[in-house]
Design a protein around this ligand. Structure first.
Ligand code: 3HC
Length: 309
């Protein structure tokens, strides 16, 4: 009898987990990506806790979210400024901030990290949160280039771990890459797909391969633009103009590199070069290395390939 009861409870619990939509979300990392994801999540009625290591970063993130919301509202509520103001208030109410990741994870259906691209740090974070978060909580990483399988290996919830890769600027970019590893369960994958759609995004399915779809194509393209310039075959201004006017890209490769962050681009290409040193698509660039060594990371530091006010 006890066995039957246990079976019934297990079946009910499993189906509850299977059907439960993601409503409460913890986002770890208050940088550009984390804040952007928090904004998209809160704007679609989800409850969000944005976590980072100190209050100053979190204050900056909240200010960034509000600033971006104002830009959205200016277009979306052009004729109804009061409704726009109301929308901003409502969205901001859905976001709280915290420096306590474990406490936030305890109340979340989804924990998504958008922290530094360092495997050991990501593993350390998820290993700690694995002990704090409830059984049903799904873990996901917004990594640009690291294998989701390697990050997930630090936890005991391989079936409830996947990738959710967003694009900068998150409030504007419609795509989310949903990564299913060999261990991600179908229920988890379905929940991540449904969550992406609930954000008003268009999800695509990706295997756990380097760079998934977008970065696997975009990063070699941007690196080839740098190499073209290094060979003296075109100025950065001309290459940018050529790709905007000749290929219809909204930004040229140098503008996009500065926008994404040269430190991020270097991290990705260095990692791939170490993995496949003989692949010419993954070769590094002295010009990129020099700019990063000088602390010129692009728009966020005021200078990269171009200078910013
Ligand atoms: N928040 C809210 N609204 C924004 C915004 C933001 N962060 N950025 C732009 N907008 C909206 C605003 O309505 C803005 O009008 P406003 O300036 O009057 O407020 C409007 O878009 C137009 O913006 P801009 O005048 O600055 O410039 P654009 O017309 O060129 O649009 C862009 C900006 C959407 C960023 C466009 O240039 C673009 O699509 N660029 C390519 C971005 C891209 O490729 N991203 C992917 C990078 S790869 C990545 O992220 C993966 C990672 O792993 C490396």
């Amino acid at each position: 009898m006890a066995f039957v009861t246990r079976q019934i409870i297990r079946t009910l619990t499993t189906s509850a987990t299977r059907n439960a939509a993601i409503k409460t979300v913890t986002i770890i990392g208050g940088g550009q990506m984390g804040a952007g994801i928090a904004q998209a999540t809160a704007s679609t009625g989800h409850t969000v806790v944005l976590v980072d290591t100190n209050e100053d970063i979190l204050k900056k993130s909240a200010k960034g979210i509000e600033g971006s919301l104002k830009r959205v509202v200016k277009k979306k509520f052009a004729d109804k400024p009061e409704a726009g103001e109301e929308f901003i208030q409502k969205v901001m109410k859905n976001v709280s901030t915290s420096t306590d990741a474990a406490a936030a994870a305890q109340k979340s259906d989804l924990v998504l990290e958008a922290i530094v691209e360092n495997l050991k740090i990501k593993q350390g974070l998820f290993s700690a949160l694995d002990k704090a978060a409830p059984q049903h909580t799904i873990f996901a990483s917004n990594t640009s280039s690291l294998p989701i399988t390697d990050i997930a290996s630090s936890t005991t919830r391989l079936d409830r771990f996947g990738g959710l890769h967003f694009f900068n600027p998150v409030p504007m970019m419609k795509l989310v890459e949903v990564i299913k590893t060999d261990s991600t369960s179908q229920e988890t994958f379905d929940a991540l797909m449904a969550f992406s759609k609930a954000l008003g995004k268009h999800p695509v399915t990706c295997k756990d391969t380097p760079g998934f779809i977008v970065n696997r194509l975009l990063v070699p393209y941007m690196m080839e633009a740098i190499r073209l310039h290094e060979r003296g075959h075109g100025s950065k201004e001309d290459i940018d103009m050529a790709m905007k006017l000749g290929a219809g890209y909204p930004m040229g490769p140098f503008e996009l590199l500065d926008y994404v962050g040269l430190d991020t681009a270097k991290f990705i290409i260095d990692g791939w070069c170490a993995m496949e040193p003989n692949n010419p698509l993954f070769s590094t660039s002295p010009m990129l290395n020099k700019l990063v060594a000088e602390g010129k990371f692009g728009k966020k530091t005021g200078e990269g390939f171009y200078k910013y006010k």
